[in-house]
Write a protein that binds this ligand. Sequence first.
Ligand code: NAD
Length: 456
Amino acid sequence: MVKELVAAQNDFFATQKTKDVGFRKQYLKKLQQEIVAQEDAICDALYADFKKPKFESLATETQLALAELKHAIKNMDAWSRPERVSASWSNFPAKEWIQPEPYGKVLIISPWNYPFMLAISPLIGALAAGNTAIIKPSEFSTHTSKMLAQIINKVFPPEYVTVVEGGVEVATQLLAEKWEYIFFTGSTKVGKIVYKSAAEHLTPVTLELSGKNPCIVDETATIKLAAKRIAWGKLINAGQTCIAPDYILVHKSVKDALVNHIQQHITEFYGQHIEASNDFARIATHKHYEELKAMLEGQQVLFGGDFKDEDQYIAPTLVDEPELDSTIMEGEIFGPILPIISYEDESELDTYISKYPNSLAFYVFSGNKKFQKRLMDHYSFGGGTINDTVVHISNKDLPFGGVGRSGIGGYHGKYTFDLFSHHKAISKRGTWLDVPLRYPPYTIPIGWIKRIKHLF
Ligand code: NAD
């Protein structure tokens, strides 16, 4: 089936239909209508997958996708237009421009943690740029993946866009095909597999991967507000957010205050009986749930720490001063568990931050502008926020993505369109004049060439 779909998309792309911006827009509008019509059903599917609260489903999945759609529909004419550049004087007479063109067939492989948005958001840019697409959603978010397939299959013919459901085996079959672009969101481990498969065909990739995101709180931070914003960013989607703060580095003098305020805010958010709250999600996969439980073994728990196997509930949990070589500090936590580590001198921070280089996100809470700048300038990370968490993702004018171990490429808004477009450089020469300087036999003195610099 994979081979037939790929062949059908090749043939469809070759018809040149997707080169027409009107054609693309018409389909994006249909997609928009269908998402609006199915919004409640999408939220129900997300709830069935991991009890994702409806507010979070709307705010972080459907409405984000709709905002991306609206922005693309409004701007895609302008984005698709050739962009004139000043012609180089050595090419006189000439007109020169950059012409975006679609690559062809795009493969989008998405994870389970934001199973709707992380499949739809890249798709919007891929289609706005004129590509065809196959989406392989996660096998662990079955209800949302089915919903996604239902929506896509209603809106698009399969030779244009389709969803292929399945696990590793299906992903492997898809990766064996030749694609013109691969957009992968998931773990760094699988990202490397995807990158290797892409290299076989020299296929360009975007890899949206993971990291262990530090959150630094110094003694000048507004502690109560910092605690609230950290608790929110950590616990939305039950901590299963690639840009959630992973661990806290807090100045010793404000540690107790920070911990107390985080506890208070958690109780304000979810009440005394957190597992009864409709506003707190569950862990989406059994494997991941077991891994999170194992991370707590032998740790000093300051708050929370309880879990419930029946529905994969893990309480918001604060862990006190874990050893650097403990499981919880090995890699990304990806759940509602937050290690709190104190420091006394700024020079101690590097031991932690440099142990997990190129985090996907980076957070600093401080009233000291020089301290903020020092950290932001010193470390390489995907993106970050000063005095809040997660919110840098919400501005479509900011590229979202990783660097080094946390990924390759950034998207959202026009960045997604550009990522899925090849930027063709074109020079159109006039024929009424032909300056003879560049042609052999070479008669101009060498000294002149050095002075002119651009002979052609
Ligand atoms: P994953 O890497 O296990 O799976 C992602 C996708 O890859 C799924 O569709 C899966 O079926 C497929 N896959 C799994 N094994 C494969 C293989 N061997 N060959 C080909 N495809 C394979 O990731 P996950 O567990 O679904 O998602 C969680 C991870 O994703 C976390 O590490 C998180 O940080 C990361 N993530 C990153 C971003 C980002 O924007 N950077 C966003 C969300 C999640």
